[in-house]
Design a protein around this ligand. Structure first.
Ligand code: PHE
Length: 330
């Protein structure tokens, strides 16, 4: 039985030691076999035999425990080495949020005009008849009111249908000259692939002494702005009508998808309508008590530009809050 201790001290891993434990201390192990011999030992020698065996067992147990401690410590050491953290390695980066494509487009537009010293004005989304229509040369029963399907409140208030009331509010609040934009949310009763009841506009207004602001200025700034937004596009001004500007124009860019050749997006015209503008109508200045001034104004739809820039086929998808859609703009 002498080499039993050696078995223990020679076990070089916890697994090997476990095998030794079963071999020695197990139910069918060597010690159990020795104890079994007891029944054949004659009476007088039994006691001495049992005592010797118990001492042997205790010694082995002690050797086992000691070896176990050593191997366990080694195993822990190896595990710590293996699981060591290298703080110089890259971790998993947390996902960064991104701006909604409409807000991103809005910011890009605002950046342009702020760089040209336009102030950024805001107004409320709930407006009254005077600021949204009347002062903008849209008297009651004027047929042009039909152009804008308005949400009305019972008390006669309304959700603004455009950002133009901010022109009125700014002029009532300040003396000329004015050089402002008004980004904001507007509302119309409209719902299809290119219209949602809530959308965003950026309004622009420049007012100065009579004769200082011309259609040529308007044309120059809008052409430069649209080329900043869309790159190397052609820009054309098409006569149009707005009650608050005279003359008025709608501005088109050459189709960014076909380069003006004609395709589905531009309805085979080669042009895409992008904004409305004009020289401020004298009746608007009258409504805010401005005299001897001239000005230009423009208004554009942010969603329309975002749709073109990101080739979004259905505008409504932008407002359904589906994270999978928004993740595409990461
Ligand atoms: N307010 C007009 C609209 O919502 C846009 C516009 C603004 C046109 C300023 C001319 C001048 O359609």
């Amino acid at each position: 039985m002498e080499n039993l201790e050696a078995k223990i001290t020679q076990a070089d891993s916890l697994e090997a030691l476990e095998k030794v434990r079963i071999e020695l201390f197990g139910k069918k192990g060597l010690l159990a076999a020795e104890f079994a011999k007891m029944k054949d030992i004659p009476g007088p020698e039994k006691k001495a035999f049992a005592q010797g065996l118990n001492e042997k067992k205790a010694a082995l147990q002690q050797a086992f425990d000691a070896r176990y401690e050593v191997l366990k410590a080694e195993a822990v050491e190896t595990m710590l080495k293996a699981e060591e953290i290298d703080v110089s390695l890259y971790g998993t980066l947390a996902q960064k949020g991104v701006l909604h494509p409409v807000m991103e487009t809005m910011d890009k537009i605002i950046d342009y005009f702020v760089a040209l010293n336009f102030s950024v004005e805001t107004g409320g989304m709930i407006e009254d008849d005077f600021h949204n229509f009347e002062a903008l040369n849209l008297p009651k029963y004027h047929p042009a009111r039909d152009m804008q399907d308005t949400f009305y409140f019972k008390d006669g208030g309304l959700l603004r249908t455009h950002t133009s009331p901010v022109q009125i509010r700014t002029m009532l609040k300040e003396k000329p000259s004015i050089r402002m934009i008004a980004p904001g949310t507007v509302f119309r009763r409209d719902y299809d692939v290119t219209h949602t009841p809530m959308f965003h506009q950026v309004e622009g207004l420049v007012v100065d002494e009579k004769g200082k602001v011309s259609f040529a200025n308007l044309k120059a700034i809008l052409t430069d702005f649209l080329q900043y937004m869309f790159g190397d596009v052609d820009v054309r001004f098409r006569p149009s009508f707005f009650p608050f500007t005279e003359p008025s124009a709608e501005v088109d860019i050459s189709c960014i998808f076909c380069g003006g050749e004609g395709c589905r997006v531009c309805s085979h015209t080669g042009w895409i309508e992008i904004l409305g503008c004009g020289i401020v109508d004298p009746n608007v200045f009258k409504a805010v008590d401005y005299e001897d001034v001239s000005g230009y104004a423009f208004g554009l739809g942010v969603e329309r530009i975002a749709m073109l820039m990101h080739q979004i086929p259905d505008l409504r998808s932008l407002f359904e809050g589906d994270i999978r859609l928004l993740e595409q703009f990461r």
